[in-house]
Write a protein that binds this ligand. Structure first.
Ligand SMILES: [Zn+2]
Length: 248
């Protein structure tokens, strides 16, 4: 078992969108992960769509006015997989933390995988009004994949080594991923916890989908950390700098 940690571009946007009330701008990594299990290859999130490189406005609409995106050649998920010598059609599962553009954006370039997503997010993404309110763009995730809809915790291989953890709140059905490596548990929080400071101070972003649910999710992540799990945050440049490209 191993995890490869990929930086699939960077976003720079108002710091207040990550930490309510703060000023200035923040540049954050867009992580995605390849988990190699004896019985399958799993991606956790897929980064940004390659079209963002030349046409951010066309791809993102109004969101492009908030964020500037950096996606150098080879940094999209297909490029990262190529560098790791893994063909994109050999990915068995894509676990999506949620349906935002910086997590689901690369899904179209991983054609044969089965998508594993929480039902609550998927259903919201397929209701035009709710999808719009959540900034979910079907172009990111409606790409014809086979989909497994999950309700709460889900053990991907039935052996406890790759487990979806419901961490709702950021979106209706946000999920994190717990990976049991030989060296210990790693929890890929995604946007249940943008930054280390989010967890340490319960410092939420503005207007999460469900504030109380998000605080409960942070409490759950804190328990996992206190029990010895290594947390990898969703968008924390400082913490990301200390995440090695391969964890075993
Ligand atoms: Zn995100």
């Amino acid at each position: 078992m191993r995890i490869l940690a990929f930086t699939c571009g960077w976003l720079t946007g108002p710091k207040a969108l990550f930490l309510e009330g703060e000023r200035g701008r923040l540049r954050v990594p867009v992580p995605a992960f390849l988990i190699e299990h004896p019985r399958g290859r799993v991606l956790f999130d897929t980064g940004l769509h390659p079209d963002l490189r030349h046409d951010p406005k066309g791809r993102l609409g109004a969101i492009a006015d908030l964020f500037t995106t950096e996606l150098e050649p080879g940094a999209d998920i297909a490029g990262r997989l190529a560098t790791a010598d893994v063909p994109t059609d050999r990915i068995d599962h894509v676990v999506l933390s949620h349906l935002h553009f910086d997590h689901a954006g690369g899904l179209a370039t991983v054609p044969n995988a089965r998508v594993v997503v929480q039902r609550l997010d998927w259903e919201a993404g397929h209701d035009a009004e709710r999808a719009f309110a959540l900034a979910f763009a079907p172009v990111d995730f409606d790409c014809g994949h086979d989909v497994t809809l999950v309700d709460g915790e889900h053990d991907l291989f039935g052996d406890g080594r790759v487990v979806c953890l419901p961490t709702h709140g950021h979106t209706p059905g946000h999920q994190s991923l717990r990976v049991r490596l030989d060296s210990g548990d790693v929890v890929l929080t995604a946007d249940a916890c943008y930054l280390r400071r989010t967890l340490e101070n319960d410092h939420l972003p503005p207007r999460p989908f469900d504030r109380e649910a998000m605080l409960r999710s942070l409490g759950h992540l804190r328990q996992l950390r206190d029990a010895g799990a290594r947390l990898i945050y969703g968008h924390d440049a400082d913490a990301w700098a200390s995440v090695p490209p391969e964890l075993t």
